[in-house]
Design a protein around this ligand. Structure first.
Ligand code: G
Ligand code: G
Ligand code: MN
Ligand code: NA
Length: 255
């Protein structure tokens, strides 16, 4: 509860910042996108992990204001990054269930796009399966509206929760993000674990979607995923989340 107390004023005190983790082409390792990841450094307690404060923000309702702040800041930074890069850069933003339950969310996002002259077709909205297929119809209604605005949708942590395969086609999901747990298990070489990864890659192809492996931490994992034709790669083997300045330096050195 004291953490919640500190969280309430954190936005005004400018204690949040974003880091950007690169997502690379599996074919040539070019940077094609950045995932915006929220960070909080409390003036009272120091850094607090998102695993700790995001659930608090969700329960307290702060996620609405905070989520829009993330959206606006990430759109601004995307524009700065694009200036330093000759090829299209996509931006990935994580969404919480509460945001998609808000009937005014689309309208607010539309206003931010307009203010920041941002292009929805270059922005990927990351939602977990359990959020995308939540029973409350407001969620799917919002996602359909967002898709109509041009946003792309990625299913985050794919394979972790239950899969509702029929609804993937219904929603026209653009990207499947294979959950880190599966990538971790590549190291053990269990044929059944490898078969699951291959099946997710195949599934994405058959759906006309792209597939991204997250949490790639070593060369063996990268080699396997690349050999299987995984479209995009993300993880500490390549890059951790970078400050805007570090992301800009990286873009200058690689383009
Ligand atoms: O980056 P990290 O592993 O610390 O993130 C932990 C969790 O927090 C992940 O599930 C990630 O999706 C989530 N997360 C990170 N940034 C945001 C954000 O801006 N909004 C929401 N809703 N979740 C985020
Ligand atoms: O739930 P979501 O997929 O959005 O969470 C992404 C989280 O995973 C981020 O907090 C990020 O810091 C973390 N992450 C990114 N790459 C790696 C990695 O290679 N290994 C591990 N363990 N975590 C990673
Ligand atoms: Mn994510
Ligand atoms: Na994920």
């Amino acid at each position: 509860t004291t953490l919640l107390f500190h969280l309430q004023g954190a936005l005004e005190r400018k204690e949040f910042h974003l880091v950007y983790q690169p997502q690379l082409s599996g074919r040539n390792h070019h940077i094609i996108a950045f995932e915006a990841l929220l960070r909080w450094t409390s003036s009272e307690t120091g850094p607090v992990s998102p695993g700790e404060f995001i659930p608090l923000a969700e329960k307290s309702g702060l996620i609405h204001e905070l989520g829009l702040w993330v959206f606006q800041k990430a759109c601004q930074d995307q524009r700065t990054m694009q200036k330093h890069h000759p090829y299209p850069l996509y931006l990935s933003i994580n969404l919480s269930l509460q945001q998609l339950l808000d009937p005014t969310f689309c309208e607010k996002v539309k206003n931010i796009l307009y203010e920041e002259s941002a292009d929805a077709s270059r922005i990927v909205l990351e939602v977990t399966e359990s959020v995308a297929f939540h029973h409350d119809s407001r969620v799917i209604d919002n996602l359909m509206l967002l898709k109509r605005l041009g946003f792309l949708v990625a299913l985050d942590d794919f394979g972790k929760d239950y899969s509702s395969l029929g609804r993937i086609t219904y929603l026209h999901v653009d990207i499947l993000k294979i959950d880190m747990d599966f990538i971790r298990r590549i190291d053990e070489g269990n044929q059944k674990d490898l078969a699951i990864i291959r099946s997710i890659i195949q599934l994405s192809r058959n759906l006309g979607a792209k597939v991204l492996a997250e949490g790639v931490e070593n060369e063996a994992q990268r080699n396997f995923l690349q050999a299987e034709g995984c479209d995009y790669l993300q993880g500490y083997f390549f890059h951790k989340g970078l400050s805007l300045n570090d992301a800009l330096d990286l873009l200058k050195n690689t383009s």
